[in-house]
Write a protein that binds this ligand. Structure first.
Ligand code: GLA
Ligand code: ZN
Length: 673
């Protein structure tokens, strides 16, 4: 099912169930939503106790009235299934729905997002209410999309989940002998005789079998996806054919979002960057990369389901968003291919844990607040640029981001237990591409990589079956490949490859990685360009954390180490293979290295951005396309106004002023046929 909208969504999570005794407030909400240019709200996310106050007794009238009133005002509803938080009666009557933690303790009622995904009772009860909601609201013209649950996450170790895990393992391995082999269980005499003996990882039990840890994480993703599937199935049984989404979270480590996204028609995510913790530009790159990841999950438009209109209540410091940052954040979601920018929340609660979380309408309740004014401006601009809805982003560059590989890499002991700095490594590549105005996708090992010109594999620890062959083909056919240290080390079950690494790509890269040196925090080495290096690099760069030593097997050394016993060994190499090129970056170089290196390499290989000319620091340029039209979105995340490089040919200005310099946090949107 496609999610198609003519408008860019603007609005937020709305919790009228907290205000049912205040019709005056509900009336005010409607007025203010309209005034803030909101066209969509998410309803019913945590309403189960009001929707079904007793088992089998349903009260939907209040919700219906609100959906009707919103619709009359032109405001659409994204309707949630309420499984994110269960009512007390359900937990009391059916304790099996309560999650068991890894130390095997059954939780008491409380909090949210803490149910067992396996429990037949929880599946049945969510199924019933989802069906009823779908029967009642599934054809309402005001309802445009299902919001399935809320922020799926976590794991349950109850007996039901253990049983399901064992069946999943049986299905995966067939025999216990095969499992023992794949998990290398003879290590420390951990051999299993039957599947029934297997227990999920626990701090009071097994944590040292990496294959077990990895499979448990896979199972948790599988079981969560299965739960989503059953939620969606019940909505369909209720007669609704509306598309579905689930709100994902940042670079969430515990669920493989590429797998989860298969269950959704459109990806949405909750974005809470810590603006003003470091330079705004750095936060913008990190947030931009996450938008690109979310878009890449399905290779389709996504949207920002939640963001905070000002400060959150849960970050270590509740920093106010400086004037202009809310606008800039919302527009960044659109620039990167989003179909909307929504908030948590419409109205601030009076009590309980989120009473100090930012909202469009705060406790004061008026429209004469700094935050409300900025939300309203955002609403006006989203309307002005609404023709961007439905346009897509295409990228020439891709960076590998694979959940399973990360899980395995983070679980391993060595080569640097103090921190591998994987996220920073990704960001260094990302910044290097983005600073040249290139759109970037993030892909996992199952994605199609052939369509890209450049593929970067930073710390691709695990090479799943078939991946090396795919990458080889990519280079053979003319792709530009960049692989770094700590790549191609282990297989799908986290067994180390024998016979040399990066596994399957040694001939493509023309090197073999022989040893890897971990550096203490205070240590550094340097990367010195060879006199006749292919890219004309001139500077020496610092490298830290990890230095890989390679044996040259046909590759050309482009840079070498500056010190230690491996002084003079290759630190960066290049190799021609088929019609393409394969580069190896052996050490964790400083950010400036990646920027200069990628800039020269892209020039050398004629990978050009949509806009020619120097891109000033702080300027983000992204392009979206629709029906033969290209949209150029410029945003200034720097500290001073900048001049923007406009594309050649006839252009139309959709938003902003190209005669003047672009002020900080402002935006320009251009259109070119
Ligand atoms: C998450 C949840 C919301 C709310 C916000 C607060 O994203 O989905 O219900 O708790 O956090 O930032
Ligand atoms: Zn369970």
């Amino acid at each position: 099912m496609e999610f198609k909208t003519q408008k860019l969504l603007h609005g937020g999570d709305y919790n009228p169930e907290q205000w049912l005794d205040r019709p005056d407030i509900l009336e005010k909400d409607l007025e203010m939503l309209e005034e803030a240019g909101c066209n969509t709200v998410s309803l019913g996310i945590f309403s189960w106790a009001v929707l079904e106050p007793e088992e089998g007794v349903f009260h939907f009238e209040w919700l219906e009235e609100i959906i009707d009133r919103l619709y009359e005002k032109g405001i659409s509803t994204i309707l949630a299934t309420p499984s994110g938080a269960r009512p007390k009666w359900l937990a009391d009557k059916y304790p099996e729905v309560l999650r068991v933690d890894e130390a095997r303790r059954r939780q008491l009622f409380g909090h949210r997002h803490n149910h067992c995904y396996t429990s037949p009772v929880y599946r049945e009860k969510t199924g019933i209410i989802n069906r009823k909601l779908a029967e009642h609201f599934g054809k309402h013209p005001g309802v445009i999309l299902w919001h399935i649950s809320n922020e799926y996450g976590g794991e349950c170790h109850c007996p039901l989940c253990q049983e399901a895990f064992r069946s999943w393992l049986k299905e995966r391995y067939g025999t216990i002998e095969k499992l023992n082999k794949c998990w290398n269980t003879t290590f420390w005499s951990h051999t299993y005789q039957s599947f029934d003996q297997i227990e999920s990882p626990s701090s009071i039990g097994e944590t040292q079998l990496h294959g077990l840890n990895l499979d448990w994480k896979r199972f948790v993703s599988f079981q969560t996806a299965d739960f989503i599937r059953q939620e969606v199935r019940s909505v369909r049984e209720g007669g609704s054919s509306l598309p579905v989404t689930a709100n994902l979270m940042h670079y969430f480590q515990t669920l493989d979002y590429f797998k989860l996204a298969k269950e959704l028609d459109i990806v949405s995510w909750d974005t809470y960057p810590t603006w003003h913790k470091e330079a705004v530009l750095e936060t913008a790159y990190d947030n931009g990369m996450c938008h690109d990841l979310m878009r890449s999950l399905k290779g389709k438009p996504f949207f920002q389901m939640e963001s905070c209109p000002t400060s959150t209540n849960w970050q270590s410091v509740s920093k106010l968003k400086r004037p202009g940052v809310l606008f800039a954040q919302s527009m960044q979601a659109i620039a990167h291919g989003g179909e909307g920018a929504m908030y948590f929340q419409v109205r601030q609660s009076r009590g309980a844990s989120e009473k100090f979380h930012g909202a469009i309408i705060d406790h004061y309740g008026g429209n004469d607040t700094r935050v409300f004014r900025e939300v309203a401006k955002t609403g006006r601009v989203l309307k002005q640029i609404s023709e961007l809805a439905g346009s897509t982003v295409s990228s020439q560059a891709a960076i590998l981001y694979d959940w399973e590989s990360q899980w395995a890499m983070n679980d391993s002991q060595g080569p640097r237990n103090k921190g591998l700095h994987y996220h920073e490594a990704l960001l260094k590549f990302y910044r290097g591409f983005r600073k040249q105005g290139l759109n970037v996708d993030l892909v996992d090992m199952d994605c199609d990589i052939q369509k890209y010109r450049v593929l970067a594999i930073p710390m691709g620890y695990m090479f799943k079956e078939g991946f090396a062959e795919k990458v080889r083909k990519f280079v053979e056919e003319g792709g530009i490949l960049i692989v770094t240290y700590w790549s191609g080390i282990a297989d799908d079950t986290d067994l180390c490859y024998l016979g040399g690494t990066p596994h399957g790509l040694m001939d493509v890269l023309g090197i073999r990685s022989t040893e890897i040196d971990g550096l203490y925090d205070w240590e550094e080495n340097s990367m010195i360009p060879e006199e006749k290096n292919s890219l004309g690099l001139e500077k020496t760069y610092v490298c830290k954390n990890l230095c890989d030593l390679v044996e040259l097997r046909g590759a050309k050394p482009e840079m070498t180490y500056g010190s230690d016993f491996y002084q003079g060994y290759a630190a960066v190499t290049s190799h021609s293979f088929g019609k393409g090129q394969a580069w190896y970056v052996a050490a964790d170089g400083e950010a400036a290295f990646y920027e200069d290196f990628l800039k020269r390499l892209m020039q050398e290989c004629c990978v050009a951005a949509a806009v020619k000319g120097e891109i000033p620091t702080g300027l983000e340029i992204t392009t979206r396309e629709k029906d033969g039209v290209c949209y150029y979105i410029y945003q200034n995340f720097g500290t001073a106004s900048v001049k923007i490089p406009v594309p050649e040919g006839e252009i139309q200005v959709i938003y902003g002023d190209i005669e003047k310099e672009l002020p900080v946090y402002e935006m320009v949107v251009l259109k070119k046929q």
